[in-house]
Design a protein around this ligand. Structure first.
Ligand SMILES: [Cu+2]
Length: 190
């Protein structure tokens, strides 16, 4: 049963496809009336210039409006922040070797590698939103800093097609609240 967002996307897809088909049909029909190059050249150049300016301004505007939300500046450990908790992650076909519980409100330094092929290490919040990701590569460690702001059950998913079991390559990660006190942030069994 198609409903809600899927229905909107389907209708939009059909409408946009219809516009493209009409545009192609118009181009095909128009080629049946030959026109001298000189008659269309200056108009074509004018149109091309306006089109270039239109996209130039559009891209510059979109760039200026969105560059501020790029997270690189605050994805790094803050100056003077406490020692990060180092967590090693090894991805395999088709699971991750890593702790199942980690503390909230603590800077975590994930050191991510793979024992076989390329994988992705993606962190999803309890609502299923992607919060961050890094590649898991064989013979190489990627470092990824992350702080879980809210306790809850998060999901780690592989984000790179890595074989037949790729779609089953996910697991839960429990984030527990950090109590005040120095020992609260250490891992069980640490
Ligand atoms: Cu994988």
């Amino acid at each position: 049963m198609i409903a809600g967002k899927q229905l909107i996307i389907l209708v939009l897809d059909i409408a946009l496809s219809a516009i493209v088909i009409v545009a192609f049909a118009w181009v095909v029909a128009s080629t049946r009336r030959p026109t001298a190059q000189s008659a269309v050249q200056s108009g074509g150049y004018r149109l091309r210039r306006s089109w270039g300016w239109f996209y130039g301004v559009l891209l510059a505007g979109a760039f200026t409006a969105t560059i501020w939300s790029i997270p690189y500046a605050w994805a790094q450990p803050a100056q003077g922040s406490s020692d990060p908790l180092v967590v090693h992650v090894v991805a395999h076909q088709f699971s991750f070797t890593m702790p199942q519980r980690l503390p909230a409100d603590r800077l975590i330094k994930f050191v991510v590698t793979s024992s076989d092929v390329n994988h992705g290490f993606g962190i999803y919040d309890p609502q299923g939103r992607l919060l961050g990701q890094v590649q898991a590569m064989p013979d190489y460690s990627n470092v990824f800093y992350f702080t879980f702001r809210q306790p809850g059950t998060y999901t780690i998913r592989c984000m790179e097609l890595c074989g037949v079991g790729h779609s089953d390559m996910f697991q839960k990660l429990a984030i527990y609240p950090t109590q005040t006190g120095s020992s609260a942030a250490s891992l069980p069994g640490e």
